[in-house]
Design a binder for this molecule. Structure first.
Ligand code: COA
Length: 385
């Protein structure tokens, strides 16, 4: 019998050519392209095509894809009506999972997934991908208004994916620099090898479930505090610390009490998470752009990172992607309980890429277990118990 490893730690669950992490050297690449180059030069739409198709698109291909996304941003009034009947105090991730699953009701035809090669119908695969990608951001943005009792803001055809999301979410013309930062945040979170939600994607995809169901399952996996959600806690931690003078005492007390510092450490990286380095650069650019006239949280975060590096660096614990994303989202007017939904919008790309990869060479997941229960025994009649 093979050895049981809790959480399948270190056990390869699939073969994939979508992304690669080199945790010792702090490197991440999508389809062979370094994350730093994509963050500096690409757009979320282009990175999406790269992750889905495996190569950078030609200009006409990218234009066509952008137009397809624009054409699919609207939600049916029945979907909006359903959202208006959801409890406003529910967690946005539960809302997102519910609404994405409900989209499958409008797209019931999954027969094309059945057969020798489930990936034969590339039109179905592409059209479904566009529908899901375009609608997840509309759902999240519209929920922000609906849960506060207002009608949602409709999409605008002249805006990019990131700009339109911010416009629909806040109802205001997006600040160009913050929109570019959002675009980079979406690129950075789009894919990260086989994590819990991507594994959930593979398991669901392998049953040939509808892609709406597959993505809803992945959203459910991401909603747990051990996966998405650390950036919300980073923001709360910074608010609790309150002032740069209190940082050292706060961190030292937490460490003495064996508590974790949110936004620090990563199972895969033993250096600083390369995505955190990119976000830190954007924070610095933003502070410079605003002439230093920014929320004191930014300065506070930098000091917290310095102190943590001093105390935890020797253990290979450095800032992760969640450390700076929360304060940037807050600056965009996004409340903390919507941070994980933004993660989900972005990671939907990675999930869809893995869905396609799984379908192209599918075998249903059916792992085994190590039974630890009692031996076989006779049934005990009620009166003898
Ligand atoms: N704060 C304080 N200490 C930390 C730490 C953190 N955030 N992350 C790791 N450490 C310490 C551990 O306590 C351990 O110390 P020890 O050797 O003295 O016992 C050492 O660093 C090694 O950490 P380990 O628990 O082996 O790391 P891991 O790979 O199991 O954990 C995380 C990775 C992400 C679960 C962990 O770093 C963590 O909880 N981080 C905070 C939550 C977070 O930001 N999550 C988002 C990840 S993108």
């Amino acid at each position: 019998m093979s050895e049981y490893l809790p959480g399948l730690a270190g056990v390869p669950a699939t073969q994939s050519n979508i992304s690669e992490i080199d945790g010792d050297n702090g490197l991440l690449s999508y389809r062979g392209y370094a994350i730093e180059e994509l963050a500096a030069n690409s757009s979320f739409e282009e990175t999406t095509l790269l992750l889905l198709d495996g190569c950078l698109p030609k200009p006409a291909e990218l234009d066509e894809f952008k137009q397809q996304l624009v054409d699919n941003r609207r939600l049916k009034f029945t979907t909006r009506g359903m959202m208006k009947n959801l409890p406003p105090n529910g967690h946005p991730m539960d809302m997102l999972q519910t609404v994405v699953a409900s989209l499958g009701m409008y797209n019931p035809n999954i027969d094309c997934l059945i057969g020798g090669s489930a990936c034969n119908d590339i039109n179905y695969i592409h059209n479904t991908t566009v529908k899901i990608m375009a609608r997840v951001s509309s759902i999240v943005a519209m929920w922000q208004h609906i849960r506060n009792g207002y009608d949602p803001v409709g999409p605008r055809d002249d805006l990019s994916y990131a700009e339109n999301f911010l416009y629909m979410f806040t109802g205001k013309e997006p600040d160009p620099m913050l929109a570019r930062i959002m675009d980079v945040c979406l690129i950075l979170h789009a894919e990260h090898t086989i994590n819990a939600s991507t594994f959930a994607t593979l398991v669901n995809a392998s049953t040939l479930a509808s892609p709406f169901s597959v993505i809803a399952a992945a959203i459910g996996a991401l909603s747990g505090p051990l996966h998405g959600g650390a950036n919300q806690r980073v923001l709360e931690m910074l608010q609790e610390i309150g002032h740069v003078d209190k940082v050292e005492e706060y961190i030292d007390t937490k460490l003495a009490n064996k508590e974790v510092i949110w936004g620090m450490g990563h199972r895969e990286y033993k250096t600083k998470d390369p995505r955190a380095t990119i976000l830190q650069g954007l924070v610095n650019q933003f502070i410079e752009d605003r002439g230093g006239n920014v929320n004191p949280m930014f300065e506070l975060a930098k000091v917290v990172e310095e102190v943590c590096e001093d105390r935890l660096g020797s253990k290979g614990v450095y800032a992760n992607v969640d450390f700076y994303s929360g304060i940037l989202y807050a600056e965009m007017g996004i409340p903390a309980d919507q941070f994980t939904t933004i993660f989900a919008i972005s990671r939907t790309v990675g999930w869809l890429a893995h869905w396609r990869e799984q379908l192209a060479d599918n075998r249903i997941f059916r792992p085994t277990q190590v039974y630890t229960g009692v031996d076989r025994r006779p049934y005990v009649p009620m009166e003898q118990r």
